[in-house]
Design a protein around this ligand. Sequence first.
Ligand SMILES: [Zn+2]
Length: 438
Amino acid sequence: MTAELQHTLAKSAGFSGTSLHTGEKVTLKLQPAPIDHGIKFKRKDLADEPTIDANIANLKTVERATTIGEGAVRVHTVEHVLSALSAMGVDNAIIEMDANEPPIGDGSAAPYVEVIKKAGTAAQEAPRRFFDVREPIHVESKSGSLLVLLPDEKFRVSCTQAGPNNRFTQFFSGEISPALYEREIAPARTFVFYEEVASLMEKNLIKGGSLENAIVVRGDAVLSKEPLRFADEFARHKILDIIGDLALIGTRIRGHVIAVKPGHAANAELARAIVKQHAKVTALSVPRTFPPGEGGLDINQVMEILPHRFPFLMVDRILGFEGETKCTGMKTVTVNEPFFAGHFPGHPVMPGVLQVEAMAQVASILLMKLAKSASRIGYFMSADEVKFRKPVFPGDTLFIHAELIKARSNRLAKAHCSCVVNDAVVSEGDLMFTFLDK
Ligand SMILES: [Zn+2]
């Protein structure tokens, strides 16, 4: 299986329109961005042109639309443009705007799909990051939203939408490919039930709202400039919003979202739950199912690669690699380790610095595999954010994870590493390496 690559835009493209909440004119421009940049908003109308990372950690409010912010800077109604970028396969981009909100267009994501197609997409030399759902995650809100995320090989969304008193109950389900998104999801417009509009107007939340950019439902009547684009347009728009809100997790999802009466608050709650689970899984996973080519290394192979020998060889074997960026090794810590005698007499604990050494050894194996060359040697330069969380005792099995998080100009590389015992992280840190020819 070849790894999916990250993508950005081939060139910049944009369009102008009205913002929904303020009613002001806004010009939006999508710009290409480098590997691992993610999606960021840039406020061109403010001094110093601050950027805001499209990340769930920056979520501010979820009333009717999703607002993110950093410091005092805000961007409102981010979900439609994020939805289009995510579903159309753009991992890295800058969204430049000269206002605090993207143009609402016709209330759908179709204008964004058009802009993305105008810009085109380009593959980048780094694998995409995925959250693979391993166990169900669910969130439920008092207002009746229910979201369940189940394991799946693809990203699928199934949605049941129901209005007040279950009016306009609709269902839509699909695997979110760029083609399906462009055809079946992106054209679905924003809708609002009349009984909700009055309060929004009071709160000044929809100054730019009109039948040009939203469907209004009053009783059983659908009021809009053009007829419904799909009989189940509301369920489709809810899926559009779910994709946009979940884009805030910063990785793609392999899983099936089953949503009943979703809303921005519940979507955001699911995004938070995913991020929490992702952090846990990344730290704990002991990969056992590597496809051929990413298999492990036994002690002899490890010693062919590493110059270290007893008592300074801190890896018994490599369990396997995952893509080009991850590697897991293990070490059985026995009572015969020479350091236990003095650290400490009567109370043997593995020194933390030796756990860092184990991380460095696993990370350097990963980097050497990546460099595909034995003529260069990686030097351990620095360690940041090192934390020792739990003691390691004789008899423990240490699982050592290394993930490449940054590589620059073939000379510098940074890896996030952790040691895990009994499914708990005992130590972790970011290790920096430099490469020199032997
Ligand atoms: Zn929406």
